[in-house]
Design a protein around this ligand. Structure first.
Ligand code: NAD
Length: 263
């Protein structure tokens, strides 16, 4: 299927690894020009060197308005205005039961996982409204609608992203700007690698045993019984970025093998 992405310009955050990097790879394969962004320029340069196509890489911290304004200038100088924004930057953030997480834990998590998407959208909204055609895809999480009590700052921030996306999808659709979310569960990326390393140390088991017990005990509705691959999430993101998703707006697509227990 031709996704109609030839010549479109996309900015992908959280793009030096995982879901962001795989989304960039698939967008490039569809003929889009892609700007990768993440925190560290050296990691981004390495990530870009493993891609083919019209790709640029500029570092920015999504919690810094100053960084994002500099990013916008660099993007405009390099490739012009963007048509597509994929916001994949995120952190697991503060872990523990509610009484174990202090103010700093809440603030630092919400700063990245909610304020990051807010600031990024503020910075690039004018671009996305200009062309009469635009796409925003936020990577939220299963946790946004099915909160786990050991990571409530993350859950609350991701729920905020869904709410913002839904509201935003109402504002500019008549200008051609469509806004959607993708909500994964337990994908094989550095984020969940770190979670599983911590789990294997805590339970004194191997990494693979930590994954298996996590699936059995913590994610019983992931019916496929395995971690997802980042490309399996990127496939859905790229569809939502495309011309083929021209009547999809204000939606949250779950890519979670059934993890969220309701339809
Ligand atoms: P990842 O760790 O590979 O990617 C996240 C990226 O975000 C990293 O490259 C990191 O450097 C970047 N990042 C973090 N803070 C940043 C900041 N302040 N500014 C700029 N970049 C920053 O993990 P991933 O799994 O690919 O995560 C991508 C998105 O998917 C995240 O938003 C995450 O919450 C979400 N998600 C992942 C899973 C999963 O199972 N892996 C499940 C649900 C949701």
């Amino acid at each position: 299927m031709n996704l109609g992405l030839q010549g479109r310009v996309a900015l992908v955050t959280g793009a030096d690894s995982g879901i962001g990097w795989n989304t960039a790879r698939l967008l490039l394969a569809e003929g889009a020009t892609v700007v990768l962004s993440d925190r560290r320029q050296d990691a981004l340069d390495d990530a870009a060197s493993r891609l083919t196509g019209n790709v640029r890489a500029f570092a920015a911290d999504v919690t810094s308005g100053e960084d994002l304004r500099r990013l916008r200038t660099r993007v405009h100088n390099a490739v012009g205005e963007i048509d597509i924004l994929v916001q994949s930057a995120g952190i697991t953030g503060a872990q523990g039961l509610f009484h174990e997480i202090d103010e700093a834990g809440w603030r630092s998590t919400v700063e990245v996982d909610l304020m990051g998407p807010v600031l990024l959208t503020q910075t690039f909204l004018a671009d996305l409204r200009h062309g009469g055609w635009g796409r925003i895809v936020y990577v939220a999480s299963e946790d946004a609608v099915q909160p786990y009590d050991n990571e409530l700052p993350y859950c609350a921030a991701k729920a905020g992203v869904l709410s913002m996306a839904k509201g935003l999808s109402r504002s500019y659709a008549d200008e051609g700007l469509l806004v959607n979310c993708v909500s994964p569960a337990f994908i094989r990326t550095p984020m969940t690698d770190a979670m599983m390393r911590t789990r294997s140390e805590r339970l004194q088991v191997s990494f693979d045993e930590a994954v298996d017990s996590f699936l059995d005990e913590e994610r019983p509705y992931m019916e496929l019984g395995r971690r997802g691959e980042p490309e399996e999430v990127a496939n859905v993101i790229v569809f939502l970025c495309s011309d083929r998703a021209s009547f999809v707006n204000g939606a949250n697509y779950r890519v979670d093998s059934g993890s969220v227990a309701t339809i």
